[in-house]
Ligand binder design. Structure first.
Ligand SMILES: *Cc1c(COP(=O)(O)O)cnc(C)c1O
Length: 363
């Protein structure tokens, strides 16, 4: 096997090594069944137990209020860009929803939602290339709207909503794909919070959707079965053959997080990790951070170098030292270090030291 690599990829992203090891150990014989997890029935009692346990782990980790449901939905985060309006935009006759455009995924969500109703972009930071979170104004809240949508952490640009806006009676819908379980959140403030699994939860292709029970009442009957939240709820996410493997990995990741002290403990480590990289960015003219310092993400740290040649050299030398997948997304360029829950402090320390040394030699 290749030497230990610190994978800073944005997603699919690094998972805890113990989880990957556990998967390998379990794989040939899941729970003494003589078959692997991907060969057993999703209707078996062993899988049912796993699913129930996964729910319990998640509920415990986020102190989920009893009136919220957990759904395991097909299609990753972007499927929810369609599912959310399909299920709840009909809450009010105006079929209107309010969106904050804080980055590219927010933009994609807006475009998709426009197929289903009247979508108002109430705030946008596009003019500053999404280096910040748009301003939230209570006056923009429109009682005719069915919900308000935000992207809590902007993966590409490296910004986040530090505090969630108080949207009053309007359900707040949160795309938390790139930061779910990375910090303590009060779930009672959310109407729906969803996350594609491939960043802090498990494999790609699935999203966890946490929904306040009363929002299950608005789905039109002609909604496709596998986008209908009511059916996911009624059938415990098994209306068809769901990705049993993805749910199994999520189960292991949640177990790992519990043993690491839960969300509160990992939040402290995440703050420490991010602070170390921002400390380098703040102490230099060589690197330029993309995110405005008031809105910085603790999951995706974005910055640039003085020119393209130095950038290429930086990426190449980092890779040679086993720090991979640091290239920024094309809309920002530069470097993006994604430091999700599974990235240990030592990986971040190694990157920070490398940055300092690279500047000393090339600055
Ligand atoms: C990665 C990401 C997505 C895209 O997820 P898919 O599972 O590929 O659809 C959406 N929103 C945010 C905030 C993301 O970080």
């Amino acid at each position: 096997m290749k030497e230990k690599v610190y994978n800073f990829g944005a997603g699919p992203a690094k998972l805890p090594f113990q989880v990957i090891q556990q998967i390998q150990e379990d794989f040939l014989d899941f729970k003494n069944m003589g078959s692997s997890i991907i060969e057993i029935s999703h209707r078996s009692k062993e899988f049912d137990q796993l699913l129930c346990e996964t729910d319990e782990f998640f509920r415990e980790l986020v102190s989920l209020p009893a009136n919220y449901k957990i759904l395991y939905c097909h299609g990753g985060a972007q499927m929810q860009f369609s599912a959310v309006p399909m299920n709840i935009i009909g809450r009010k006759p105006a079929r209107k929803a309010l969106y904050y455009e804080s980055g590219n995924f927010a933009g994609v969500a807006i475009k998709e939602a426009q197929k289903f109703g009247n979508i108002i972009t109430v705030g946008s930071s596009s003019e500053t290339n999404f280096d910040r979170i748009p301003e939230f104004n209570k006056a923009d809240l429109d009682e005719d709207a069915s919900y308000v949508h935000i992207t809590s952490n902007n993966t590409v640009f490296g910004t986040r909503w530090h505090e969630f806006p108080d949207t009053g009676d309007l359900p707040l819908v949160v795309d938390a794909t790139s930061e779910i379980l990375s910090r303590v959140m009060d779930y009672s403030k959310f109407g729906i919070i969803f996350a594609g699994a491939q960043k802090n939860l498990g494999p790609s292709g699935m999203a966890m959707v946490i929904i306040r029970e009363d929002l299950l009442e608005h789905t039109p009957d002609n909604t496709p079965k596998l986008l209908d939240y009511r059916i996911y709820d009624k059938k415990h996410s098994l209306a068809n053959t769901n990705s049993t493997f993805a749910i199994y990995v999520i189960n292991l990741v949640l177990k790992w997080l519990k043993s690491a002290g839960g969300v509160e403990a990992i939040e402290k480590v995440n703050d420490q990790k991010a602070a170390r990289l921002y400390q380098v960015l703040d102490g230099t003219q060589f690197y330029t951070g993309h995110a405005h310092s008031d809105y910085r993400s603790t999951m995706n740290v974005t910055f640039n170098l003085p020119d393209q040649e130095l950038l290429a050299k930086f990426l190449e030398e980092a890779a040679a030292e086993n720090m991979t997948a640091l290239k920024g997304y094309r809309l920002v360029g530069g470097v993006r270090a994604s430091i999700y829950n599974a990235m240990p402090l030592e990986g971040v320390e190694k990157l920070a030291s490398f940055m300092e040394e690279f500047e000393r030699i090339n600055g």
